[in-house]
Design a protein around this ligand. Structure first.
Ligand SMILES: [Zn+2]
Length: 113
């Protein structure tokens, strides 16, 4: 039987947990991504350049979170469809170890390279 090793309820719980974490850090860092104001007082001791850099990093982090959320969402859909644990590119089983390392993994090591 294929995929017998996966405990889908546990995997789903792990993925939902990660979604929760990503969403809450998205919310808690929202302020950092607001446009940098020219008003030096609100920037505090940071120079405008620093403030812009912090904002750029916060935006890049948010982009990574959104990307991760899309991956997790896709993994949850694959669980529902019964495709979970198979490489989306070649259809092979993705090794258990890899899925344990990243429950949202969607490609085998060969295809991911
Ligand atoms: Zn593959």
């Amino acid at each position: 039987m294929r995929n017998s090793g996966h405990d889908f309820d546990a995997v789903r719980a792990t993925l939902l947990d990660e979604i929760e974490t990503l969403r809450s850090s998205s919310v808690s860092t929202a302020e950092k991504r607001t446009p940098v104001t020219l008003d030096q007082q609100s920037v505090g001791r940071l120079s405008r350049m620093d403030a812009l850099q912090v904002q750029a990093m916060a935006k890049a982090e948010e982009e990574r979170r959104q990307q991760r959320l899309r991956l997790i969402d896709a993994a949850l859909k694959r669980i529902d469809k019964g495709d979970y644990g198979y490489c989306v590119s070649c259809g092979d089983d993705i090794p258990e170890k890899r899925m344990a390392f990243d429950p949202a993994a969607f490609q085998c090591v060969d295809c991911a390279q």
